[in-house]
Design a protein around this ligand. Structure first.
Ligand code: HEM
Length: 576
């Protein structure tokens, strides 16, 4: 077939530019529309630019069209006209989020973004439309205020039953869904869970005692405990991991695969509708969501035999009537498993690693446990546990040195909001100031960052917690003393410093986040952390196994929004 040809040097760039404008303005996600824009339209162009419609001709036009699309996108993102042009950052990140996906798959966004902060400063552009902050004064403007909603990172968390609580962006809708969670995890409700806590912690102690003298992966055991605990608390279900000494239903490993898939796709949520069209894509996430929802549905159908998490979520405490009850409740099952079990296991695993890295701190903590609970008295007195200064200092310090959220929690400055101010940020070497060298203060200028609408923002927790402006001295060292209230402090090297030389910004230490969407499980988590640490310290001495190199732990810790952990092989010895 022969056609009249039009000058391809005009028509292809024009069509490609039009396509770019559509993407920039409307961000279409519909797979069919994407197909039409990316393949249909340029293929049709062949009819007007080529004299003969051949396969090679179509391919030529497609390649030219796509190359120009990439060129327009890159040029705009790097241009001074981009709203984030004034923010520094690596070119690879300014141009596309694909490098971020690669980091997630490698597991090191927490390390790389920290390096970027060291290189570029307090605010770094880590995506075409994304900024990360490392200063304490960014924490509340980003996470605390009821002003910035969750960002597109959370878009893909929807389950077949609907939105889980942690994916709800609308504050009013979130308030309704949050109420039963708050009641279920309020200090008054925790009293009802004491029986479950006691049974599960005692079982953990029994199983660890059976393994004294053997090499065991203590990180895996923390997961067996936390899954068994959450199975019982949330779903009245026995996973039986501690009894079997393994991941009985493959749940933990299924969850890790789903977490990695979720984390990498959450960075580029626009790709998900297209992926959904491909058979088999996202299977790991769907499988895990389905299994969690089965647990939820089963729990709903059996009703409450005792007061547990679902007793409150189902409104059996009489506080809630909702026609969509079952729909809501099973949608939260996915969150209950990930948020409630993996986080505690991760925090405890990092804790044991740091105890082995810093044996003097471990000895001091043992002494405090022995003093507080003498003569073998079991440490189940939660009030006394909460008042143990060194125990709480060690737990805080471990969550500071290795943050439970290694990177950030994304929020969005909504389109139409007109932008927001976040800061102030320290502008290093502000040498444009004419009297810069005359007035030393001029190079310590602090400015607020105006963040334009349509920008995703987060606080980079690893950078914040290791920022010497927030935590010093020794921001990179596990030094629990910084959390104690004293007149002077002995540093690990033997020197002594007065209190005024300690920088400790408690308000910016937010392992459970802050604001309306912060963790409702904070009290339960603290209770479990204190209790398990005191029990283990009282009964065992913990050492790295001979075959295990402690350096492996941090290398094998992977940042996938949730933390993926390697093995932590230890040998336990009885203390008494
Ligand atoms: C050391 C343990 C824990 C840590 C460090 C932790 C941390 C967090 C953080 C940082 C968030 C905010 C996530 C975001 O904004 O995307 C969160 C949310 C949440 N956590 Fe926890 N958590 C822990 C334990 C628990 C436990 C034991 C439970 C429940 C039994 C729980 C239930 C939840 C729920 C339901 C949310 C979503 C809240 C909402 O969107 O309103 N967490 N957690």
């Amino acid at each position: 077939m022969e056609f009249t040809s039009v000058d391809p040097r005009v028509i292809i760039p024009t069509a490609s530019l039009a396509c770019y404008v559509i993407y920039k303005r409307y961000e279409p996600t519909d797979p069919l529309l994407n197909f039409l824009l990316l393949v249909g339209a340029p293929s049709a162009l062949t009819l007007v630019v080529e004299e003969q419609a051949t396969l090679l001709g179509v391919l030529r036009v497609l390649l030219a069209y796509w190359a120009l699309l990439v060129l327009f996108t890159t040029a705009y993102r790097l241009s001074p006209f981009h709203p984030l042009a004034q923010f520094p950052g690596p070119t690879v990140a300014k141009v596309s989020k694909l490098y971020h996906v690669y980091m997630v798959l490698r597991g090191d966004p927490h390390i790389i973004i920290r390096e970027w902060h060291d290189k570029y400063g307090d605010v770094v552009r880590i995506g075409p439309n994304e900024l990360t902050f490392k200063r304490a004064d960014a924490v509340y403007p980003i996470l605390g205020a009821r002003q910035l909603k969750k960002g597109p990172f959370y878009n893909i968390r929807v389950t077949e039953e609907g939105l889980p609580i942690d994916a709800i962006k609308d504050f009013d809708q979130h308030t309704i869904r949050r109420k039963p969670w708050t009641r279920a995890l309020a200090p008054a409700a925790l009293k009802d869970y004491e029986e479950i806590i006691l049974t599960k912690t005692e079982l953990l102690m029994e199983k660890l005692t059976e393994r004294v003298g053997q090499d065991i992966d203590i990180s895996a055991w923390m997961s067996y405990y936390s899954f068994d605990f959450m199975g019982k608390l949330a779903f009245a279900r026995e996973f039986g991991m501690m009894n079997a000494g393994r991941d009985t239903e493959g749940l933990w490993h299924m969850m890790d695969t789903a977490v990695l898939a979720l984390a990498s796709l959450s960075v580029i949520p626009w790709i998900v509708p297209a992926l959904k069209a491909l058979p088999g894509a996202g299977n790991s996430v769907k499988r895990f969501q389905r299994i969690a929802s089965t647990y939820g549905t089963h729990r709903v159908s059996t009703g409450s035999k005792s007061k547990d998490l679902w007793y409150y979520l189902m409104g059996e405490d009489g506080a809630r009537q909702n026609a969509d009850l079952q729909y809501d409740v099973t949608a939260d099952a996915f969150t209950a498993v990930i948020a409630g079990s993996d986080t505690v296991a991760t925090a405890l695993s990092h804790f044991w690693y740091l105890m082995m890295r810093y044996p003097k701190c471990c000895e001091r903590l043992c002494e405090e446990v022995d003093r507080t609970f003498p003569h073998g008295e079991l440490p189940y007195d939660y009030n006394r546990l909460a008042e143990m200064p060194y125990l709480n200092a060690c737990l805080n310090e471990s969550m500071r040195v290795i943050s439970p959220v290694l990177s950030g929690l994304q929020r969005r400055v909504e389109l139409g909001s007109g932008g927001t101010m976040i800061g102030p940020q320290y502008v290093q070497e502000f040498s444009y100031f004419p009297l810069y060298s005359t007035f030393p203060l001029a190079n310590q200028l602090f400015v607020h960052s105006f963040v334009p609408e349509g920008t995703n923002v987060s606080v980079h927790m690893t950078s914040l917690y290791h920022n010497p402006d927030t935590f010093s001295p020794l921001p990179d060292t596990f030094w629990p003393d910084r959390w104690l209230d004293q007149v002077s402090y002995d540093l690990p090297n033997g020197t002594s410093i007065p209190k005024r030389e300690i920088k400790l910004d408690r308000a910016s230490f937010v392992p459970f986040s802050v604001g309306q969407q912060s963790c409702p499980g904070k009290n339960l988590a603290w209770l479990q952390l204190r209790c398990i640490v005191a029990l283990v310290m009282q009964r065992f001495r913990i050492k790295p196994a001979e075959s295990y190199d402690l350096d492996r732990w941090e290398k094998e810790t992977r940042d996938a929004h949730a933390t993926l952990r390697g093995s932590l092989v230890v040998r336990l010895e009885m203390r008494t």
